[in-house]
Design a protein around this ligand. Structure first.
Ligand code: HEM
Length: 221
């Protein structure tokens, strides 16, 4: 907690920005190469991803991209998780999540009435989306390992019932991440100051927040 509070006085320290954009790039590589691998043996007969949006010339080539993305994503993700926990960033920015505020703000968001004026706080919708996507990405790594080495990681396969279950879970995880990205990028475009913040560091945290160890208010005015 103290680490980030004292060492950084801006919303998104350089380390967070580097990890966020590395994650975004790796995620895009993983999704597009995953679509090419999926096309090789589809789960749903009606669904093939167009060649224009896939990465890789053939399935094996796409698999190489997928593994490159995976290593970057996993190493970067572990660094982000370690930083988030040890610095207190997660506790300060992502928790607590009030179910009542979540419902109120989700309704406001659906009516395009959710304001994001204080960029030093995340609202309950953002908190839930961020915590949710981090959990989905972690689960995606687990189902990915199960599909990659189903014999060596048979205990992981059994978490998803069988191999086909792991494939389905991996597909569902990808769908959730793609939906997250669509919402997340739309919100970033709607409130461009947040985008600028994730590029340049964002607003400075005031002195009281730099020393505060208690969670900050969840909703934005
Ligand atoms: C691809 C384009 C992306 C754009 C333009 C983008 C943009 C942003 C922006 C502007 C913020 C700061 C929001 C704020 O301060 O209110 C943010 C935070 C965040 N984004 Fe993204 N993002 C992208 C991709 C992703 C992906 C792929 C993921 C994960 C799968 C992700 C996960 C997160 C998380 C967890 C945070 C909170 C980080 C923290 O405060 O520690 N983003 N993003």
């Amino acid at each position: 907690m103290e680490l980030e509070m004292k060492s950084s006085i801006i919303m998104h320290p350089l380390a967070v920005r580097l990890m966020h954009w590395t994650n975004a790039a790796a995620m895009i590589v993983m999704i597009m190469s995953g679509w090419k691998i999926y096309n090789d043996e589809v789960l749903f007969g009606f669904l093939h991803f167009p060649e224009e949006i896939v990465l890789g010339i053939w399935a094996q080539h796409a698999l190489q991209w997928h593994f490159l993305g995976m290593w970057i994503l996993v190493l970067n993700g572990l660094a982000y998780l370690t930083y988030g926990v040890l610095s207190g960033r997660f506790r300060r920015l992502f928790f607590p999540i009030s179910p009542r505020e979540l419902v109120r703000e989700a309704v406001a968001a659906l009516r395009f009435r959710l304001k994001h004026t204080d960029l030093t706080h995340y609202n309950a919708v953002q908190k839930s989306l961020y915590v949710g996507v981090i959990l989905v990405v972690a689960l995606q790594v687990v189902s990915g390992l199960a599909i990659w080495k189903p014999v060596q990681f048979s205990f992981l396969v059994s978490l998803f019932y069988d191999f086909q279950g792991a494939r389905l879970a991996h597909f569902a995880g990808m769908t959730a991440i793609v939906l997250f990205i669509l919402v997340h990028v739309s919100l970033a475009i709607l409130v461009p100051r947040t985008l600028l913040g994730m590029l340049t560091g964002g607003p400075r945290l005031d002195a009281s927040r730099e020393t505060a160890v208690t969670p900050s208010p969840t909703s934005n005015p």
